[in-house]
Ligand binder design. Structure first.
Ligand SMILES: [Zn+2]
Ligand SMILES: [Zn+2]
Length: 76
């Protein structure tokens, strides 16, 4: 497992399904794309609409293309 990135900040989170552990697959709030209190990812950085994320559960790091301007809020 990777260490949690030093840039990781609990104040900057993103609600994106982890492609590695898929821990949110059975979670109702996540399925409805709500801001689940258990399943969230560290938002390490972003470049435009490309988010650089780390999963706190399995420490997987990946890039997620949102396809729209990145904000810290999920589009409602
Ligand atoms: Zn994960
Ligand atoms: Zn969840």
């Amino acid at each position: 497992m990777l260490p949690i990135d030093p840039q990781a900040d609990i104040g900057r989170r993103a609600w994106v399904a982890c492609p590695s552990c898929d821990d949110a697959r059975d979670c109702a709030p996540c399925r409805e794309q709500l801001t689940c209190g258990e399943h969230w990812r560290y938002l390490l950085s972003n470049t435009g609409s490309l988010l650089h994320l780390q999963c706190p559960a399995c420490t997987h790091v990946w890039d997620h293309e949102t396809g729209f301007g990145a904000t810290r809020h999920h589009s409602a």
